[in-house]
Design a protein around this ligand. Sequence first.
Ligand code: FES
Ligand code: FES
Length: 160
Amino acid sequence: MNGAPDTSFTFTVNGESRTARCAPLARLLDVLREDLRLTGSKEGCGEGECGACTVLVDGVAVNSCLVPVCQVDGAAVATVEGPGLEAVREAFLAEGGAQCGICTPGMIVMTKAWMDECERAGRAPTAEGARKALAGNLCRCTGYGKIIASAVAAARGESR
Ligand code: FES
Ligand code: FES
């Protein structure tokens, strides 16, 4: 991709140790989707603007289209497929927070990051808080109301 020789990078993905042999500047998004066959993370813009590719690296939400794989060597990566996101995935399903689904994995991962942050801060999850947390994740379909409702339902453990 960038002319650099392939190198081995080892990191955990959703709790499992994985090794990818690729160029150091290969995008994490491509390594996840193409090398590790985890196609949940989506590419929207490819430029860090839409959030469709959001994953957690050591608990921090990042745009995986902007992260070179060399930066996650030894780190813990969590994707939409991973454990611990079941309640969020179910809330988006139950509350109608997905239409075409392109933005949905990023919304789900960012919601999880927001829930974790609320818990750490001892803050009650509110719709306004969800709106702020998800402000960097773009959706062309839903109008956001159901996405915010899904995030709040997940955080409150009350999806129908
Ligand atoms: S695909 Fe990464 S931010 Fe849009
Ligand atoms: S559901 Fe289509 S972009 Fe959000």
